[in-house]
Write a protein that binds this ligand. Structure first.
Ligand SMILES: *[C@@H]1O[C@H](CO)[C@@H](O)[C@H](O)[C@H]1NC(C)=O
Length: 230
């Protein structure tokens, strides 16, 4: 077999390099990098100034980096039987520009549900404190469900932006601690976004999307819509 001369290799290499650089560049997969050691969020800032994040306040103390709110269970006596307590930049202003946050989620016995939702800006890793949970997420490509039953000490990851849920599968309370790679992951509940929006998503959009009648759509809306005050 003849050996290839250097000029024979040059063309394929150039084509490969061109291909490589013409591929779509991956987007930055988390919050932007910080530009200083600390930038404690000034949550009171107003005056029409809009920033990607919060402006830094001048006078800071250790309390700006401290939050007690995850020590106690949230109140799960509600429609879904679950409570999310965030430890994000709104509760812990020292997180501003740091690209991480946490939450605690509590689930009532007998099926307490954190209903299907997405976090547009973060991947979520949960650590089960106690109880047992059925959890899952669905991929965007192919709608494949990845699900698992978790017990105390287990860790599960919900990839950024994908629809996911957790449900208590036991007869005792369950709790998890969540970690996010964003100071403010955002939460969009599918049911609330579609059936509890204000102004309402038109019924004809929902009847066609879900292949059901107007009555069914109105029934779901009436259950999920924030109670109208007379
Ligand atoms: C749960 O909430 C309902 C009203 O929303 C109340 O009547 C009931 O007493 C509460 N249950 C407990 C155990 O707090």
């Amino acid at each position: 077999m003849a050996t290839l001369s250097p000029s024979c290799l040059l063309l394929p290499t150039a084509i490969m390099a061109l291909l490589l650089f013409s591929l779509p560049t991956p987007s930055i997969s988390g919050d932007p990098d910080l530009l200083q050691d600390i930038c404690v969020a000034d949550l009171t800032s107003s005056g029409g100034l809009k920033l990607n994040g919060f402006p830094c306040k001048a006078a800071v103390s250790a309390d700006d980096f401290y939050f007690k709110g995850l020590a106690t269970a949230g109140d799960t006596n509600n429609t879904f039987g679950s409570a999310v307590t965030g430890a994000n930049v709104e509760k812990l202003p020292g997180l501003n520009t740091l690209g991480v946050s946490m939450a605690r989620i509590d689930y009532a016995p007998g099926g307490g549900l954190n209903p299907p939702h997405t976090h547009p800006r973060a991947t979520e890793v949960v650590f089960v404190l106690h109880g047992a949970l059925d959890v899952g997420f669905v991929t965007a490509a192919g709608n494949r469900l990845f699900s698992k039953t978790l017990v105390a000490g287990d860790v599960f990851v919900f990839p950024r932006g994908l629809v996911h849920f957790q449900k208590n599968n036991g007869d005792v309370p369950a709790s998890v601690i969540s970690a996010f790679n964003s100071q403010f992951p955002g939460t969009q509940s599918l049911a609330m976004a579609l059936f509890g929006a204000n102004p309402e998503v038109p019924n004809d959009v929902l009847t066609k999307a879900f292949q059901v009648g107007t009555k069914e759509v109105e029934k779901i809306k009436s259950r999920l819509a924030p109670k109208k005050t007379a």
